[in-house]
Design a protein around this ligand. Structure first.
Ligand SMILES: NC(=O)c1ccc[n+]([C@@H]2O[C@H](COP(=O)([O-])OP(=O)(O)OC[C@H]3O[C@@H](n4cnc5c(N)ncnc54)[C@H](O)[C@@H]3O)[C@@H](O)[C@H]2O)c1
Length: 265
């Protein structure tokens, strides 16, 4: 089996939005990037996972697409096996894929279907993908193949901010925040740092449907930094983590929210 000369990063949900920004940044940093997404059409290089792959290739980077649903155990296993087969190493896992409720519904009325969907994608998927990846990383590190494996979780300010019209999203992200804490604790003895990144209001296809709402809130002073966040703002923190600049900060949260978390009078 050949082992990639470049460090290898798996970014889930990298076909658009924040994941795309992270994939592009890591490719520029010299990573071979595995672009995972549940939607991936090889005939469409205009948008989605294959656009990201083509853009990275055009900048002399290295990327592969792996279509998989992170909520499905068989998909997760196939993806980690693919990485082992094609690259022979995994240096960085970025748990980015996540979904918002299809429609916002008051917590006093919301049903179980959306709750179950969000728990499966936003929490169960990254939880068990991290379990799989971490075991591989421990083996790669002990074999001397990967010197410094790392894992990061893209949670949300919704992990600690109440939005009663999308309670299932907040609960899924609060659970994911604890998953990050648990893996940071467990993987400390193996020298695998785990970071949690909590984005605020970031301009992506996910938030495109609520542009007017957030434009208004930002104009009214919700954030000390009076602008939307961009995918690149999140990608810069992943890049610093990937470079080893935050290793002793394992288990902590970095909010990328333009000062959202500052208590103000
Ligand atoms: N945009 C924001 O303001 C914001 C704020 C805080 C946190 N986040 C989180 O950041 C992450 C990325 O958000 P985004 O705004 O880029 O979203 P997005 O909807 O624009 O992109 C998410 C990507 O994940 C993919 N995906 C969805 N379900 C998947 C699955 N089961 N398996 C694999 N891929 C799947 C989608 O196809 C899509 O390409 C999410 O976890 C989201 O909760 C976003």
């Amino acid at each position: 089996m050949t082992v990639s000369d470049r460090p290898v990063a798996l970014v889930t949900g990298a076909g658009q939005g924040i994941g795309r920004g992270i994939a592009m940044r890591l490719a520029a940093d010299g990573y071979a990037v595995v672009i995972n997404d549940v939607v991936a059409d090889p005939h469409n290089t205009e948008q989605g996972a294959y656009e990201v792959k083509a853009t990275i290739a055009a900048m002399d980077g290295c990327a592969e697409v792996f279509k998989a649903d992170i909520a499905e155990a068989a998909d997760r296993e196939a993806m980690v096996d693919f990485i082992a087969r094609i690259f022979g190493r995994l240096d960085l896992l970025v748990n980015n894929a996540g979904v918002a409720p299809r429609q916002r519904t008051d917590i006093l009325q919301a049903g179980q279907e959306s709750f179950d969907r969000l728990m499966a994608i936003n929490l169960k998927g990254p939880y068990f993908l991290t379990q799989l990846a971490a075991n591989r990383m421990i083996a790669y590190k002990q074999a001397g193949v990967v010197p410094s494996p790392r894992i990061c979780f893209i949670t949300s300010i919704s992990a600690y901010t109440s939005s009663p019209a999308r309670g299932e999203y907040c609960v899924s992200k609060a659970g994911l925040a604890m998953a990050a804490t648990l893996f940071a604790d467990r993987l400390g003895e193996y020298g695998i740092p785990v970071l949690q990144i909590a984005p605020g209001i970031i301009a992506t296809p996910m938030t495109a449907v609520v542009t007017a709402k957030y434009d208004k809130l930002i104009a009214e002073g919700l954030l000390p930094t009076k602008r939307w966040g961009q995918s690149e703002d999140v990608a810069k923190v992943v890049s610093a983590f990937a470079a080893g600049l935050l290793d002793y900060s394992t288990g902590t949260v970095i909010e990328v929210g333009g000062g959202f978390g500052i208590k103000r009078l």
